[in-house]
Each structure stands twice: as C-alpha cells, then as structure tokens.
Design a protein around this ligand. Structure first.
Ligand SMILES: [Zn+2]
Length: 387
C-alpha cells in the first residue's frame, strides 16, 4: 500500500492528494476518488513509478471505507498493476506484495490522528525542502543506501512455523520458577512433591544455553506474542529471496529514539497531541509510525546516523517557517524499518535453527531429560541405601 510514489514528470515523490492537486484536482471533497477523470488516471499511470523499484502502472486508490461503520479504513494510496493485471514490482521491492507488506495493517482502522500525523510529516518534509535542508536527491540516495545494505544480507526465507514454535518452547522452558534456578542435583528428587517436569525443562534450557546467548545478543525474546508477525511473514514469503534489515540495528534504534522525541513536537500543542499509539514501544506502532520513522531515518541519514545531530536537524526543520508550497514533495510512503522487530525474530530463529544440535520437538527432548534426571536420582538413592 504505497502512500507515496515517484512522479517522473515532477521529479519528486508525492502522495495521491499532492499529485492530484498538481493536476488541478482537489481530492478533499472526493475521499474515495470516484470523480477523478479517466484522462487523469491514464496520466498517473504513465507518470508515476514505484519509489522503491521503479515499477510502472500506477492506479490511484481512494480511501477505503469499512462496510459496517462507513469509517475510513485505508488512506489514499497507489497500487501498481501491469497491463495484464500482473504484479510489476521487482521481487525484491519492499512493495512486491502490496498487501503483504502491510499485512493485516492493510485493513486496520485508519484513525484520524494517524492521518493528521501523516499530513504533519508531509508538511515538515515540504518545509525542509523549502528551507534547503533536504532534497529529492537525498531521498533517492537514502533509498539506494538502504537497498544496498539490505541486499548484502539477502537470504532465502526458510524459517518454518515449527522452528519458530521450537524457539518459543525453548524460551518458555527457561521461564522463572523457583526450582531450577540452580543446576539439578540428584538429591533434589528426594523432596516430597518434587516438580520433575519443571526441573527437566530448566535442565533442557540449561543444556541449550548457547542458543539463549544468540537471543541475548540480538535482544530477541521468543514470547508467543512476539512470533505472531514473524509467523505470518515466514508463511507468506516462504522460499522467496528477501532482504535482512537487521544489520541496521544501530540505525533502527537511533531512528526510533528520534521518532519518539519528534512525535511529541510534531504538533504545536506539544507532547499531549502525539498519537497515543506512539507512546508505546516502537515495535507496536504499526502503520501509525511509518511516516514518522521514514522521516526520522532521512534526518539521521543526512547526519551519518548521529542521534544528537539528527535531533538538532529535526529541531531546525520544525522551527522553520511553514511551507508555502505543500506540494514540494513527500517521503512518507516507505518506512525503511517496517517490521524490523519481526525480522529480528526471524533472523535469530534462523541462527538457532542452524546451531541447535537436536531438531526433535521440545516435548520429546524434555521427556528424555526427565528420564535422565530420574536415573541420576535413582543412582543417588541406591548409593545412599548402600552406604
Ligand atoms: Zn516496487
């Protein structure tokens, strides 16, 4: 669901509304774009290309409304179709599958604060262009930079639902319990009501300590909730060659930090006006955060990913006079960090898949450990009786 795309004629990235206004059509009164003349649609198709891969065949799509509520559920966006209805995106384009990129987000409720934020970011982009702080060339350079870094880390999606579930089982085996926060000793089994199952799970987790090190280094947790999105991505993109964005960890952290700061000052009313969704962790921002993260990434890119310099640039842009021409450009459509947390989980799952020594289901392995612990206990008891 690209919100912005590149106009060849204008030499800049624009959203649907901006592009239509440049061609004399005011979209405000026509949220669903039903009144756009066919000639203008044809012009869009010839003029606009995907800002990620250069695909042609743009279709203007108006705000979608939920059948039951009549409320807007999607905002104006571009869709790309070949003359025969095929998908014209490069298979490695972020928008290769326009619906899959945003997944269920494609139809999530499109709240008003989200569109206000989108508009506010657009205005800041125009302001910065007007003030000479950034240009269309910078945006293209940033996109290229991301593409280059990611393509150095391309891989074939080979993570299965079973592997992700295995990681969750391993993670939950280590869950805090009083028993097993220390190594098992055979005499523990002599305790009345000793929890053998918990002890076996903990022991199994301990025997796989090196796999937990992988999670710790990447700051990934395999809670059930954390694998929902990775499961979806892994199933949808199975067998495809994909870019791994996770080597951009430092840049991602800088961008989310700047974005969190910027969210408080995008609106004149200050921190109170920031969308509630952005007060949560960046991994939960969803589409609300796309525009802000894309903008933050661009500011940081222009300052070599130095956070303080990026914040200073944001303050500079924010305190410039408002843009006289809010058609100067846009970049909100492509958040280079979309689904970053999910990709991290997928990356660590792949590492675990390659490093684990036993691929059998967790339950089977824990049952074996349990048998082993009981044997150790029986030996201890026999030795004690013999003494
Ligand atoms: Zn594309």
């Amino acid at each position: 669901m690209p919100i912005t795309a590149f106009s060849k004629q204008q030499g800049r990235e624009l959203d649907v509304e901006q592009w239509l206004r440049l061609h004399g059509y005011a979209a405000q009164g026509d949220a669903e774009l039903v009144g756009v003349p066919n000639a203008l649609r044809a012009l869009a198709s010839a003029d606009i290309e995907c800002s990620c891969c250069g695909a042609a065949g743009a279709v203007l799509v108006g705000r979608g409304r939920g059948r039951a509520t009549g409320r807007a559920v999607t905002q104006n966006h571009f869709r790309f179709r070949g003359p025969d209805g095929s998908n014209p995106h490069d298979p490695l384009c972020d928008y290769f599958d326009e619906k899959k990129v945003s997944g269920s987000e494609y139809l999530t409720n499109f709240s008003t604060d989200r569109s206000a934020l989108t508009r506010a970011i657009r205005e800041l982009v125009c302001r910065a262009i007007q003030g000479g702080l950034l240009s269309q060339r910078d945006m293209r350079r940033m996109r290229q930079w991301f593409l280059d870094v990611k393509s150095q880390h391309a891989f074939t999606m080979d993570v299965s639902a079973d592997l992700l579930q295995w990681c969750v089982d391993l993670w939950s085996a280590k869950a805090y319990r009083p028993v097993g926060q220390f190594p098992f000793r055979p005499e523990h089994g002599a305790l009345p009501g000793f929890d053998w199952q918990a002890a076996a799970e903990q022991e199994w987790a301990r025997r796989n300590a090196d796999l937990f090190d992988l999670c710790g280094r990447q700051r990934v947790h395999f809670h059930r909730r954390w694998i929902e999105r990775p499961l979806k991505i892994a199933a949808q993109r199975a067998g495809e060659t994909l870019f791994d964005p996770t080597p951009l960890q430092t840049q991602y952290e800088a961008a989310t930090t700047l974005a969190r700061f910027a969210a408080d000052y995008v609106f004149d009313a200050g921190p109170g006006a920031a969308p509630i969704a952005l007060q949560r962790h960046a991994s939960e921002w969803g589409p609300t955060g796309h525009a802000l993260l894309a903008f933050s990434a661009l500011l940081l890119f222009l300052r070599d990913w130095d956070l303080e310099a990026g914040v200073a640039l944001f303050v500079h842009v924010r305190t410039l006079p408002p843009a006289e021409d809010d058609l100067a450009g846009n970049l909100i459509g492509l958040n280079p960090f979309h689904d970053f947390e999910a990709w991290q989980v997928i990356r660590v799952a792949r590492l675990i898949g390659a490093q684990r020594t036993d691929r059998r289901p967790a339950q089977e392995q824990v049952a074996d450990v349990l048998k082993d612990l009981r044997v150790q206990h029986a030996h201890w008891e026999a030795a004690r009786s013999a003494a």
